[in-house]
Write a protein that binds this ligand. Structure first.
Ligand code: ZN
Length: 359
């Protein structure tokens, strides 16, 4: 084939069935993911005298589950050996396989203590789990679409995914019997010790990408399981809200969590997407810079754009192909950061939040 070839970021590489020992008793495996910018999720297997712990057991649904069974087998384990599923944060490419590991292997589910706060009772997963299954597929689609059209904190409504995506999403749910949010049986707080892979890990709470984000640090072998907090080549998405509501200045919390990376002596970082790498603090600084630049773009837009909606500012921050709800949510996080720092004010006009950025 000739012509231009799109450069693939490591996080976009499709999952392979390779098993790599990245440290004694710590294996990197990959499970398939097809999400914008992501081709796999790293599922680390941590071996010990009790069996094996699984970090981030992938998406819900049979494709990921079968891949997980395959990786366990290749690594010499059976499903019943899995004693713990660690979930680094409340995104479904990380927690999807956890409920089934609990049901079929009796595994504990370990998360940060704030994991549950991420899901309110109106969460789509739970509703879908119960009565909606009785409805016919088209009614189901309509109902889910309505639920997704909730108001956005900065005005307007969320746009539901395409019918095609919704169908896929529901199919995933149906085949797994339960497309549900895992209910953790072990929750940990920052600095708490977690014993896995014959070592003691220190739980590191890293709010930002999500407010419940959890990393694990092994100070002896200087390993750092970073989840989506610090990824090798992409900058994690920062949401200005969570299903539970608006989070106060998530960007400030993310900055703190990124600066915190300087406090760890690390030889190897094990991210949830992409290849293991070495320079944790350097990569964290790089991500910080990226957000500082975004804040500067908003500050300097004030000449031509003294005030505007979140959508107006989003168009300044993101390339057109990225425009949409996620970009808006991230823009909202940046604008809120400036507002809380006293660099912007808000008013409301026709149900839309209008930001005015002061120079
Ligand atoms: Zn992820």
């Amino acid at each position: 084939m000739t012509g231009e070839r799109k450069i693939t970021k490591q996080e976009q590489e499709p999952a392979t069935d390779e098993i790599t020992e990245v440290a004694p008793g710590v294996l990197r495996t990959q499970l398939p993911v097809e999400l914008p910018g992501l081709g796999h999720v790293n599922c680390y297997l941590l071996e010990d005298e009790r069996g094996v712990a699984v970090i981030d057991p992938g998406l819900p649904g049979p494709a990921s589950w079968n891949a997980l069974l395959d990786r366990l087998e290749r690594a010499g384990f059976e499903l019943r050996h899995v004693h713990t599923a660690v979930v680094t944060h409340s995104h479904f490419d990380h927690f999807g396989g956890a409920p089934r590991l609990r049901d079929e292997a009796g595994a504990d589910i370990l998360t940060h203590e704030s994991f549950r706060d991420h899901f309110d009772s109106s969460e789509i997963f739970e509703s879908h789990d119960s009565e909606i299954l009785e409805l016919n597929p088209e009614e189901e689609l309509d109902r889910i679409r309505e639920m997704m059209r909730r108001p956005k904190p900065w005005g307007g409504r969320w746009s539901p995914p395409s019918d095609e995506d919704l169908r896929l999403f529901m199919k995933m749910g149906r085949r797994t019997r339960r497309f549900q949010v895992p209910d953790p049986s072990i929750t940990v707080a920052d600095t708490q010790i977690v014993k896995l892979a014959r070592r003691e890990w220190i739980a590191v709470h890293t709010p930002g990408h999500t407010s419940d984000h959890l990393c694990l640090y092994d100070p002896v072998e200087k390993l750092f399981i970073s989840g989506d907090h610090v990824l090798p080549t992409i900058t994690p998405h920062i949401a200005g809200h969570s299903p539970g509501g608006v989070i106060t200045d998530p960007l400030a919390r993310f900055f703190e969590s990124l600066k915190h990376m300087h406090d760890f002596d690390v030889d190897l970082v094990l991210p949830a997407h992409g290849h293991p790498f070495q320079d944790l603090a350097g990569r964290a600084d790089h991500i910080l810079e990226h957000h500082y630049e975004r804040l500067d773009i908003i500050r300097h837009a004030a000449d031509e754009l003294p005030e505007g909606t979140v959508t107006d500012y989003m168009r300044r921050l993101f390339r057109e192909r990225s425009w949409g709800d996620m970009a808006e949510s991230e823009t909202f996080a940046h604008l809120e950061h400036l507002r809380i720092a006293g660099e912007a004010t808000t008013t409301e006009r026709d149900g839309m939040l209008i930001y005015r950025v002061a120079l």
